[in-house]
Design a protein around this ligand. Structure first.
Ligand code: MSP
Length: 513
């Protein structure tokens, strides 16, 4: 018996293990992780898949340069990726490696199905090939001097007997997909790009190689392995049980969103849906292509030696700031620049001053004016509370922008509430209420502050899980912030009166010089 879809299933691209993670590749993982945590916080069952793409000529060459077998090389590099994921608090539910038998066996089965259905045939291919991209390019794609458009390095001319997938046959179905389901490829600008590409005429695409052996063997021809992209894309279904566990597969597939970079939209928005159509498997709901992290105007990348390791930034700014900065500073659908200065600025202004100081001030006042326990909100709400309630609504409603992967907007709206509480403290001046002996008003004011901080901790938890947990425990709240459930947990008035707060260390201490 097969089940029904009951799980929000999201994926990142799977990462090449020819090198180590950098802040560009980490950008995508963090964004996907925030979406996964956000959906969990909203009560969804979530399956978050990531992993590594381990086959292909590029990896085999990297291994050779290091004097290792490809298999030794990938086993050596993969832990570097899982370490970075742990450092960045990436809460994946599954990590697939394309060298795992659960993947390779199913790739063979899937491709055999396409072959048996007549969608794969043998032919000779001639063309320009970039090893770094693992891709052939047409003459129109190359830069002056026959350079690869991505790596700006010379391409190689190749002639090979390859198996081809009848991609051209699926052009009408693909165009219909983009037109009838505009949500399939987002943002809009990328959908238009893909649509124009398909409309201009699709060629059949080469799916096998015989010049090296580091890949999944083509089951009907020992001389060939699958071209790495056709092996890699299938990770999205092999990992959730396609061909192995029908019930598990039905509960997760189709994927809700594949989060990928804008450099890999053709495989994801053209090849992938066509392969699924050919096999008679349902299509993912959405492919979302994010922009690049640029450093000094260039795409951050391992091959151009501008790689900054996430650990360098985490050491200095902490993991919460790391996650916050990239999603608040850059617009996810567009390219955006990293700079040390802008990160320092965000740390100091948004985190240390706006949020950290606010928490510290409130906790200090509860400690010295109320004996360290959350006071009774005895006084009636007034104008100041009404103004704050409006900011509260903006934050709660604004966070839903995460569902559109608009992290920047979500955080801007959440910071409306952070700013609102700061203004509220200034307007109500609890130190004056204390001096005046206005006990009821003081209780109302400090209760409101603590209660707002509780809501902020819940809402910010997908983005800054450690800081949210620390704030939650400072506020003396029961349970774990990650176990709260929206929308209920964002309502005002849920903080228990009498909870014992703990000022403790600053959430965002002053940065080292
Ligand atoms: N292995 C393929 C993907 C196969 S998915 C079936 C691949 N790997 S990659 O390691 O080169 O890139 C992995 C992801 O990281 C891609 O989505 C890519 O866009 C992203 N990024 C790599 N550098 C990046 C930046 N500088 N900025 C943002 N994302 C970038 O492609």
């Amino acid at each position: 018996m097969s089940g029904e879809k009951d799980t929000f299933f999201l994926t990142t691209a799977i990462y090449y293990v020819n090198d180590l993670p950098h802040i560009g590749s980490a950008y995508e993982m963090v964004a996907a992780d925030v979406l996964a945590r956000w959906r969990r916080l909203n009560g969804d069952r979530v399956h978050f898949l990531t992993g590594t793409d381990e086959h292909g000529e590029k990896i085999a060459r990297s291994a050779e340069q290091r004097g290792r077998t490809p298999s030794e090389h990938v086993d050596d590099i993969v832990p570097r990726w899982t370490d970075v994921m742990a450092l960045l608090r990436i809460s994946y539910d599954d990590f697939i490696r394309t060298t795992q038998p659960r993947h390779t066996a199913r790739v063979q089965e899937f491709m055999q199905r396409l072959y048996d259905r007549g969608d794969i045939y043998l032919d000779t291919y001639r063309g320009a090939y970039c090893v770094s991209c693992e891709a052939y390019y047409g003459p129109g794609d190359l830069l002056d001097g026959d350079l690869c458009p991505v790596h700006r390095r010379p391409v190689e001319q190749r002639e090979q007997d390859n198996y081809f997938f009848r991609l051209s046959k699926y052009a009408p179905d693909l165009l219909r997909l983009y037109d009838e389901h505009p949500e399939f490829m987002q943002p809009e600008v990328r959908r238009n790009e893909v649509r124009s590409f398909v409309e201009a005429g699709l060629q059949d695409v080469s799916i096998s190689r015989s010049s090296f052996t580091w890949g999944v063997p083509v089951p009907w021809d020992d001389d060939h392995v699958f071209y790495v992209w056709f092996d890699a894309l299938l990770n999205y279904v092999t990992a959730v049980g396609w061909g192995a566990d029908d019930e598990a597969f039905a509960r997760r597939w189709p994927a809700d969103v594949h989060i990928v970079g804008k450099d890999i939209i053709r495989p994801h928005a053209v090849y992938w849906p066509a392969m699924l159509m050919a096999a008679g498997v349902a299509l993912p709901q959405q492919v979302y292509a994010h922009g690049f992290v640029l450093v000094s105007g260039e795409k951050m990348g391992k091959t151009n030696a501008t790689g900054i390791a996430p650990a360098q930034l985490v050491d200095h700014f902490g993991v919460d700031c790391y996650r916050y900065y990239f999603l608040r500073e850059l617009s996810f659908g567009q390219d955006g620049s990293f700079s040390w200065e802008s990160m320092e600025q965000r740390y100091t202004t948004d985190l240390a001053n706006d949020l950290g100081n606010l928490a510290n001030r409130v906790l200090t006042m509860v400690t010295s004016y109320c004996g360290g326990t959350v006071p009774d909100p005895a006084g009636p709400p007034g104008e100041a509370e009404d103004a704050l309630a409006a900011d509260w609504r903006i934050a709660v409603e604004g966070m839903a922008a995460i569902d559109r992967l608009d992290f920047k907007k979500a955080l801007e709206d959440l910071w409306v509430l952070v700013g609102g509480v700061n203004r509220y403290v200034e307007a109500r001046a609890p130190w004056r209420l204390h001096k005046q002996g206005a006990g009821n008003d003081l209780g109302r004011c400090l209760y409101t502050c603590v209660d707002a901080l509780r809501t902020i901790a819940v809402l910010v938890s997908p983005v800054m899980p450690d800081a949210a947990a620390a704030l939650w425990s400072k506020l003396g709240l029961d349970g774990a912030v990650a176990d709260q459930c929206l929308p209920a947990a964002a309502a005002a008035g849920l903080t228990p009166v009498g909870a014992t707060v703990e000022r403790g260390a600053l959430l965002f201490p002053k940065l080292d010089e």
